[in-house]
Ligand binder design. Structure first.
Ligand SMILES: NC(=O)C1=CN([C@@H]2O[C@H](COP(=O)(O)OP(=O)(O)OC[C@H]3O[C@@H](n4cnc5c(N)ncnc54)[C@H](OP(=O)(O)O)[C@@H]3O)[C@@H](O)[C@H]2O)C=CC1
Ligand SMILES: CC(C)(CO)C(=O)C(=O)O
Length: 347
């Protein structure tokens, strides 16, 4: 499907990723409409959006409310869109797919910018074979802050480029903007699997309740992540799935470097540690907000594939159950130590 010139881009599920990327697209002159929940819509309409980048990479900017098109009405947002960027959490994909099916034009291109490996299939299944649905991946973390009286703020807190599956003419050029560069990727499914393996950390970060930089400085957390990635790699191998290199690095290398002693790790993983001290995983955001997490789509995905292939994933299952406990308790991060997790052996 060919994207028209000056297309209208709807951000379906404006939250951390949607507001940051949508804001960057708007700042670069694209025609953007944000579909958000009423509370966030009201906040943005009252105070605008503030965008910031890692280490001042792109200069900070404020988009005033009068320049922003924000709505909580799916008809307004989706019926006029030529491109829809899906930025809801994985558990909300089926519902947003319904809204797209009901309101969007048949030729509108749908792009998933979500974590996990199943969202594109959920969208394709609901939207049918005629619809162009493109897989995308956001490698960087976004920190959202809402201070009364100030614009709603979204900060890119780690580096990287948005990746989209190749083959949709004009899409990469449309999405490639300062502060949110975009590139095409040949093996998108392989890359999504690699991201999923790295996202096994989201749960650890949520259980730890500390920023990512602090978590990575603790060898106990790194060992738990490495153990999960190794279980994931064994599972993928048994299933005949090949994860792609992520920014040139295979997840096997990441799993090898993570458990090294602190000094050696710091030396070899400088890039991984070059992150904003406020960065935390999106799963931590969900636990703190009392929302369902994506653990079923990350740890749960590895576990179900492991069951099919007869692979053992005890560390992943243990972490999964701790997140389920924390979700049920509804008190945010339980602030566990790595020892509390490894000694509990729930898996
Ligand atoms: N946050 C991050 O740093 C990163 C996140 N990701 C991935 O990107 C995806 C999005 O994450 P993130 O931006 O953090 O998620 P958020 O929860 O911050 O944003 C999603 C927003 O969409 C809203 N929403 C859900 N359904 C609808 C609907 N039908 N209509 C209108 N609004 C809706 C949600 O509201 P409500 O909560 O009320 O349902 C929420 O406000 C996830 O897959 C995540 O794993 C990837 C890289 C980094
Ligand atoms: C960028 C990263 C890996 C940050 O943890 C993420 O994908 C998330 O928080 O969901």
């Amino acid at each position: 499907m060919m994207i028209p010139s000056n297309p209208r881009i709807a951000i379906a599920g404006a939250g951390s990723v949607g507001c940051y990327i949508g804001g960057r697209l708007k700042a670069a002159g694209r025609n953007v409409v944000f579909l958000s929940r009423p509370a966030l819509k009201d906040a943005i309409k009252a105070r605008g959006l503030a965008l910031a980048d890692l280490n001042g990479g792109e200069k900070d900017l404020v988009l005033p409310p009068e320049n922003l098109d924000v709505t909580d009405d799916p008809v307004t947002a989706l019926s006029t869109a030529d491109v829809i960027l899906v930025t809801v959490k994985s558990g909300a994909t089926a519902a947003i797919a319904e809204a797209i099916a009901a309101h969007a034009k048949p030729e509108t291109v749908v792009v998933s910018l979500q974590n996990g490996v199943d969202n594109v299939d959920v969208l394709r299944h609901r939207l049918g074979p005629e619809r162009t649905v493109v897989a995308g991946m956001v490698p960087f973390n976004i920190v959202q802050t809402r201070d009364p009286g100030a614009p709603v703020s979204f900060r890119r807190a780690t580096s990287g480029k948005v990746m989209i599956a190749e083959g949709c003419p004009r899409l990469q050029a449309l999405l490639d903007v300062p502060g949110a560069p975009a590139r095409e990727q040949k093996d998108m499914l392989g890359l999504q699997w690699t991201k999923l393996l790295l996202n096994l950390n989201n749960a650890l970060n949520a259980l730890a309740g500390v920023p990512l930089a602090q978590e990575f400085s603790d060898r106990g957390w790194r060992r738990l992540l490495a153990a999960q990635i190794k279980e994931g790699l064994a599972t993928l191998k048994a299933a005949g799935i090949r994860p792609a290199r992520f920014e040139g690095i295979h997840p096997r290398i990441v799993a090898g470097v993570l458990p090294l002693p602190d000094g050696l790790f710091r030396l070899l993983a400088r890039g991984m540690l070059a992150i904003d001290p406020r960065a935390r995983s999106s799963m931590w955001d969900d636990l703190e907000a009392g929302k369902p997490t994506e653990v079923d789509f990350i740890q749960g995905k590895v576990m179900s594939l492991a069951e099919e292939t007869g692979t053992a994933t005890p560390v992943t299952a243990n972490v999964f159950l701790h997140i389920k406990d924390a979700e049920a308790a509804g008190r945010g991060s339980p602030r566990l130590s790595p020892l509390q997790i490894s000694e509990s052996d729930r898996g």
